[in-house]
Design a protein around this ligand. Structure first.
Ligand code: TYD
Length: 164
């Protein structure tokens, strides 16, 4: 049976600072994903390291440092979303990492356009608006990292009746 999953989304500092919070949350609600956790938080060095624990190993110190600086530039909005195969569906909605490669219709494709080449040439982080868990295992780890048991909710929504 296809699974009902929960996945973590972060609206990154650029999304919050640009005043896109409402529009981005709306996109997830529009497809019938249910908000089961939501909060605003300023990331510090420790949370950044725990959230992106394998980023330095995967892409090197330069990418990690640029990303860590960017993620701490301002507050983020964290969302825990529930729905049918929510992990893959949310990844599909946000598009690939580099906005210049993200198709129109995806969040990264609709609200940004930076390329990998530009980020590399300038040493800038990719301001790509959103983070979303990349796998079911990652979603479990990140949900627990960001939301305590008393911050994760179960409630009946109309999505269960009409969407899943
Ligand atoms: P990653 O987990 O590979 O991408 P995604 O966010 O699509 O799951 O990388 C995490 C973040 O690190 C990414 O959103 C932006 C940043 N990053 C860079 O700044 N430069 C890079 O070359 C890469 C691969 C990532």
């Amino acid at each position: 049976m296809a699974a009902i999953e929960r996945t973590l989304v972060l609206l990154k500092p650029d999304a919050v600072a640009r005043g896109l919070t409402g529009r981005l949350v709306q996109r997830f609600e529009d497809v019938g994903l249910k908000i089961v956790g939501i909060k605003m938080k300023q990331m510090d060095a420790d949370l950044t390291r725990r959230h992106y624990f394998d980023l330095e190993e995967r892409f090197g110190k330069g990418v990690y440092d640029a990303t860590a600086t960017y993620m701490q530039q301002g507050p983020v909005v964290a969302l825990l979303l529930e729905g049918v195969e929510a992990v893959a569906n949310v990844r599909r909605m946000i598009g690939p990492t580099f906005p210049g490669q993200a198709a129109p219709g995806t969040i990264r494709g609709d609200f940004a356009h930076m390329s990998k080449a530009y980020a590399e040439a300038t040493g800038k982080a990719i301001a790509n608006l959103v983070h979303a868990s990349g796998s079911v295992d990652e979603a479990k780890y990140e949900s627990e990292l960001w939301f305590g048991a008393d911050e994760q909710f179960d409630y009946p929504g109309l999505a269960e009746r009409y969407v899943f």
